[in-house]
Ligand binder design. Structure first.
Ligand code: SF4
Length: 234
């Protein structure tokens, strides 16, 4: 099915309307959840629209235990199926044998290789057969996300449309929604984390730091704080 992926007129709509439009417009659409605060919001909104909403999450093999706990909490609360996708074991074995289990600390290139094997390739595999996917990106999260469109063809996944209903929301709006709806949220936020990814690659942030400063914090200024799911080297 071919669906117009123009940003208009849905671009200015509220997140819930964008989600409803996405779920109505695309036969096969999935929410890709990391179980950060934005995922809590999107899943709650989507579950209120459709009970058979499809959720995909990437189990990189290096997630904090609290993320696995969140997956179960969300599954139980909404009685929804969550497709937990793992890296290809052969790909994984190859990089670990060649570069070590903690290759991400050795260089930015090896960090990106790890993200590619543990995140990007599994996502590409999981999205086969889908028409569109929904992500919790917000423009305020970082400069690399400042131009994120609400709806656009996804250059990384040919033929798919990428939808970001929360792009224009602030962090405060996300947390207001979580509080107002008494949603489950990732417990690491209570310990000073402002962005949550793999355990060895994420730390808490301090006042004044960027939201994503705790991701790959050992890399030099200027390295892009993205894993490749939402950003590609030009
Ligand atoms: S965040 Fe770290 S552990 Fe996770 S996939 Fe990327 S480099 Fe690997």
């Amino acid at each position: 099915m071919s669906v117009a992926v123009t940003n208009e007129p849905i671009a200015g709509a509220a997140p819930e309307e964008v989600l409803r439009w996405a779920l109505d417009s695309f036969p096969r659409v999935a929410i890709v959840a990391s179980f950060q605060a934005e995922s809590s919001v999107l899943i709650d909104m989507a579950a209120g629209i459709r009970s058979d909403v499809r959720i995909i999450t990437l189990d990189t093999g290096r997630l904090p235990q609290a993320t696995y706990d969140m997956i179960d909490r969300v599954r139980d609360r909404y009685s929804i199926a969550i497709d937990v996708v793992s890296p290809d074991p052969v790909d994984l074995s190859e990089i670990v044998v060649e570069h070590g289990a903690n290759l991400f600390y050795r260089s930015p290139d090896l960090r990106r290789l790890c993200c590619d094997v543990r995140k990007s390739r599994p996502l590409a595999r999981a999205l086969r057969g889908y028409d569109a996917w929904v992500t919790g990106l917000r423009r305020q999260q970082s400069t690399t996300r400042a131009q994120t469109p609400v709806v656009a063809p996804d250059p990384e996944h040919e033929g798919l449309t990428k939808i970001a209903p929360l792009v224009s929301w602030s962090k405060d709006q996300v947390w207001a929604y979580i509080r107002d709806h008494d949603l489950p949220y990732h417990p690491l936020y209570e310990r000073g984390y402002t962005s949550i990814g793999c355990d060895p690659c994420t730390r808490a942030t301090t006042a004044g730091e960027d939201e994503r400063a705790g991701r790959w914090w050992w890399e030099q200024e200027g390295e892009v704080k993205e894993c490749g799911l939402h950003w590609a080297a030009k």
